[in-house]
Design a binder for this molecule. Structure first.
Ligand SMILES: *[C@@H]1O[C@H](CO)[C@@H](O)[C@H](O)[C@H]1NC(C)=O
Ligand SMILES: *[C@@H]1O[C@H](CO)[C@@H](O)[C@H](O)[C@H]1NC(C)=O
Ligand SMILES: *[C@@H]1O[C@H](CO)[C@@H](O)[C@H](O)[C@H]1NC(C)=O
Length: 225
């Protein structure tokens, strides 16, 4: 009789205990705020070799699209338009009419792409006290302790992004999401996906990030397919 009571107690208690455990863990280590589903951000980016760019980032998860409009210092303005079906267009809007189309096996970054990142503590970055996380030896992410807004991130390559503005809910006007007609004309514009990942371009960091962070942990990471 006593034996049966003990078993019942344990079988009741264990599920309850496991309900509370995740809370205990969450209090110990903060988790990064998911990205708002729509926002506009101006990023100041210093690539690993010291080249500078200003990027307009238009993140638009409900519409399955993401736009990086990249102004290189005294150089090219590059439009990097990414769709969640895997198609990305890289183009200029100048007289050269350049466009490359790339198909990625994964879509755009998910709002929760930092899930599972390792918390490494607090640090000052760009004058803000930040919570810091690392994910997959690939990205170090700095979030303002007070507002939970992203402040900065660094890729393993050394490329460092500084978040200058962060406008939650702002969406780029519709006509700007249309890739130019020359992106659809020439088949020769199609670039081998593997080549692009290996090219040391300013956007290759972000492309790698999509690869690594969008693949669920536990699955084999095939970077080049
Ligand atoms: C860019 O990064 C390089 C190397 O990390 C550094 O020497 C340089 O001061 C940085 N430039 C700016 C404007 O932040
Ligand atoms: C993905 O969507 C974009 C925008 O609608 C379109 O231009 C592109 O052709 C699509 N790609 C595929 C593979 O369907
Ligand atoms: C977290 O850190 C552990 C130990 O260094 C490592 O094995 C794991 O891959 C890291 N997880 C992520 C998502 O980076």
């Amino acid at each position: 009789m006593a034996e049966r009571i003990r078993i019942n107690f344990i079988s009741l208690f264990l599920p309850l205990l496991s309900l509370f455990l995740p809370c205990t863990v969450a209090i110990g280590a903060p988790t990064p705020a998911p990205w708002p589903v729509q926002f506009h951000s101006i990023l100041f980016i210093n690539s690993s070799d010291g080249l500078l760019q200003v990027t307009d980032l238009w993140y638009d998860w409900p519409n399955g699209r993401n736009f990086n409009i990249i102004q290189h210092q005294l150089g090219k303005k590059l439009y990097d338009l990414e769709w969640n079906n895997g198609t990305s267009f890289y183009y200029t809007l100048d007289a050269n009419k350049e466009c490359k189309t790339v198909h990625f096996p994964v879509g755009i970054l998910r709002p929760n792409f930092l899930d599972g990142a390792n918390y490494t503590g607090q640090e000052h970055r760009d004058g803000f006290l930040c919570n810091v996380w690392e994910k997959a030896d690939f990205i170090t992410y700095y979030e303002d302790v007070e507002t939970e807004r992203p402040v900065s991130w660094t890729f393993f390559s050394g490329m460092r992004a500084h978040v200058m503005t962060f406008e939650v809910g702002k969406v780029l006007d519709e006509p700007n999401w249309q890739a130019p007609v020359y992106c659809f004309e020439k088949a020769k514009n199609k670039v081998d996906y593997a080549t692009l990942l290996l090219e040391p371009t300013p956007t290759s960091g972000l492309n790698l990030m999509r690869e690594i962070t969008n693949i669920p942990t536990g699955s084999n990471r095939v970077l080049v397919s």
